[in-house]
Design a protein around this ligand. Structure first.
Ligand code: ADE
Ligand code: ZN
Length: 339
């Protein structure tokens, strides 16, 4: 199949990244370095051994590898290093704006203070300005933890409200519907926090979870969420209300044979604000440009489609309309000189 869009074009295109878990950017090299620095036995001592441990076929088996890896993260410096490592890669991918997920409960449950996590990550977002990246944080609740744990986490986070812009929901969706956290989402919005949530690929009740998110909770975006194509009325609702869908082709390819490319294109064609992101790039084999390119190559996307995906990423980001206009102009300028 001919590829209509070069890797260089995709790499240089200004992009917003709205679906990246900072813990999922922990590359084997940094993992080993931090394990040594903190004297943590991770059971692997070479990069190849770490890579060999990355074996998963679904969300549950992925999470079983993912959480133990976080044991190497202990100090504020560790969280700073993790985020800076990602931000340098994001800069190479011409990411101009990023809203980074972090999972405080995955750390507070190991007795790492909330303050340590958020201060290290936040410091990196400040230093991202030197890389020409506007970086923000989104705090996620782990949906397989209790409501009470989410409530306490939200309460504690409000002491640091100037350091993050919104709330997300991630981890194991099985038997953990969005409505479990209805009160926490409502509380978050009363504190002027934005809200988004994962509706992972092909879950037991995907379409019901998506319906709850759109019609009852009212999230501004849905992370993944491509199962919405099963319900044309909901697709129409999402298009009309400009709900963002943050798709991640490479991570999809670990749990579904065709990276949900057809569904992503269907949403794009129907005017839904779907966009492309990297999810957990250290685990799923590529950063944001690799995700764009994998989709373009496998589904024969043209330049207009790629550009629309990038525009959607800024349009559904949580920045001001003035900032959006500036970034959209940067895309238009880029396309003009790369005709
Ligand atoms: N945590 C990190 N990546 C995730 C994903 N793709 N789905 C749910 N939780 C996650
Ligand atoms: Zn995710």
């Amino acid at each position: 199949m001919s590829v209509k869009v070069s890797k260089e074009f995709v790499q240089g295109l200004p992009k917003a990244e709205l679906h990246v878990h900072i813990e999922g950017t922990l590359e084997p090299e940094l993992k080993l370095k931090l394990a040594q620095r903190n004297h943590v036995d991770i059971g692997q001592s070479t990069i190849q051994e770490v890579k060999n441990s990355y074996k998963f076929t679904d969300l549950t088996s992925f999470l079983a590898v993912y959480y133990p890896a976080m044991n190497v993260l202990e100090t504020e410096q560790d969280f700073y290093d993790l985020a800076m490592d990602y931000l340098h890669r994001a800069a190479k991918n011409n990411v101009r704006h990023v809203e980074i997920f972090f999972d405080p409960q995955a750390h507070t449950s190991r007795n790492i203070p909330f303050e340590t996590v958020i201060n290290g990550l936040y410091k990196a977002t400040v230093d991202a300005r030197a890389l020409n990246i506007d970086a923000r944080l989104i705090m996620c609740f782990l949906r397989d933890y209790s409501r009470e744990s989410a409530r306490k986490t939200l309460e504690e986070s409000l002491k640091y409200q100037d350091k993050f812009i919104g709330i997300g929901l991630d981890s194991d969706e099985h038997n953990n519907p969005p409505m479990k956290f209805f009160n926490q989402f409502t509380d978050a919005t009363t504190h002027n926090l934005h809200i988004t949530a994962h509706a992972d690929i092909d879950q037991k009740n995907s379409i019901e979870h998506i319906r709850e998110l759109l019609e009852v909770i009212g999230t501004e975006r849905i992370d993944h969420g491509t199962n919405i194509v099963e319900d044309p009325d909901l697709v129409e609702y999402a298009a009309k209300n400009e709900i963002g869908f943050t798709a991640c082709p490479l991570s999809n390819s670990f749990v579904s044979p065709e990276m949900k490319g057809k569904e992503i294109l269907e949403l794009l064609n129907k005017g839904v604000k779907v966009s492309i992101h990297s999810d957990d790039p250290a685990y799923f084999g590529g950063y944001i440009s690799d995700n764009y390119y994998a989709l373009a190559k496998n589904f024969d996307l043209n330049k207009d489609q790629i550009v629309q995906l990038a525009k959607n990423s800024f349009e559904t980001s949580w920045i001001s309309n003035e900032q959006k206009a500036l970034y959209l102009k940067q895309i238009d300028d880029y396309v003009r000189v790369n005709e």
